[in-house]
Design a binder for this molecule. Structure first.
Ligand SMILES: NC(=O)N[C@@H](CC(=O)O)C(=O)O
Ligand SMILES: [Zn+2]
Ligand SMILES: [Zn+2]
Length: 346
């Protein structure tokens, strides 16, 4: 007996496509199963202006396979110099869907991010006025705060004060990794959403550090204790519209991952839907997979859910590549350390 599961085509509300040869290699991996994705702007140099976003969107469209229906939803990288009027025009024209806040130094290519939050006050006020969502990498960067506490401390010291000072600002807590993140998001009302990645549903910090260091499981925010992973699993499977999929699929070449100071990021675009179906089935929540991957995100962003569908079928363990080749070098595909039985039918 084959089990089948038909869902509205999923969207990815947090995705890194990079640029150049890497973009050309990874864009088809997402476009195969996803209709839309929020495209992260942390290129070098970052996507700061409307003109940058328009040019990047063109490069993404050119990298898609012939006939692809995939739509990139563009974002701007918030800096202390961001011009509120440029942003407002880009949002009104439909060129951008959101703006991304990186605390300076928090993660990959975040050097141009925000150090002094007072400097972006006028931009945040403009965003609240026009309804443009702010996607937030929620970690403090203080060297005296333990890396495993940086998300919880950010919520208290930065996120909550920003939200209180900016009524009406719509915020997405990106890639939450803690029970504090789950709780804060769940209580935040309709103006607050949260993305959860595929890999944070699978790994805890032991997978990175026990029995030898595993660079391919290192990402930011870093995976936390098991109790936090379980809180994320419950949130993802709850059907609560606050929570939706943002894979944070973040390709780095193996050469850049396997270094004394290796890059942060897990590449999950290739096998995300198989992993999620396995995880939701384990949690007895297959009937809520569609909410997480295909309904809650569009609802938060005020976009229609996709009309098209995908069908997953269950059978013998699925074969998927352990890496993809790019013009820049190989990229390892996230290994969920368990057989996957669901695959997206062609
Ligand atoms: N998640 C990661 O570990 N890395 C992301 C950056 C980010 O999303 O913070 C990247 O761009 O590589
Ligand atoms: Zn991030
Ligand atoms: Zn990311």
């Amino acid at each position: 007996m084959t089990d089948t599961l038909t869902l509205r085509t999923p969207d990815d509300w947090h995705l890194h496509l990079r640029d150049g040869a890497m973009l050309r290699a990874v864009a088809p991996e997402t476009a195969r199963h996803f209709a839309r994705a929020i495209i992260m702007p942390n290129l070098v140099p970052p996507v700061v202006t409307a003109a940058d976003a328009a040019a990047y969107r063109d490069r993404i469209m050119a990298a898609l396979p012939e006939g692809s229906q995939f739509t990139p939803l563009m974002t701007l990288y918030l800096t202390e110099e961001t011009d509120p009027e440029d942003l407002a025009r880009a949002y009104a024209s439909g060129l951008i869907t959101a703006v991304k806040l990186y605390p300076a130094g928090a993660t990959t290519n975040s050097a141009s991010g925000v150090a002094n939050f007072d400097k972006v006050r006028p931009v945040l006020e403009k965003m609240a006025e026009i309804g443009c969502p702010l996607c937030v990498h929620g970690e403090v960067v203080d060297s005296d705060i333990d890396i495993f506490d940086r998300e919880a401390v950010f919520i208290e010291r930065v996120l909550d004060p920003i939200r209180r000072a900016t009524p009406g600002l719509r915020v997405v807590m990106e890639h939450i990794t803690t029970m504090q993140g789950v709780e804060y998001a769940a209580e935040g009302g309709p103006e607050l959403g949260a993305t959860i990645t595929t890999h944070h549903l699978v790994i805890n910090r032991n997978h990175i550090l026990a029995g030898g260091i595993k660079p391919h499981y290192y990402c930011l925010p870093v995976a936390k204790r098991e109790e936090h992973r379980l809180a994320l699993r419950r949130a993802a499977a709850s059907g609560d519209p606050t929570f939706f999929l943002g894979t944070d699929s973040a390709p780095h070449t193996d050469a850049n991952k396997l270094l004394p100071c290796g890059c942060a990021g897990c590449f999950t675009a290739t096998n995300t839907m198989s992993i999620l179906a396995e995880v939701f089935e384990q949690d007895g929540a297959l009937d809520r997979l569609e909410s997480f991957t295909s309904l809650n995100g569009p609802k938060f962003y005020g976009l229609p859910a996709n009309e098209s569908t995908i069908t997953l079928t269950k059978g013998d363990p699925v074969a998927y590549p352990d890496h993809i080749d790019t013009g820049d070098g190989t990229v390892t595909v996230f290994d969920p350390m368990m057989p996957l039985h669901w695959q997206v039918a062609d």
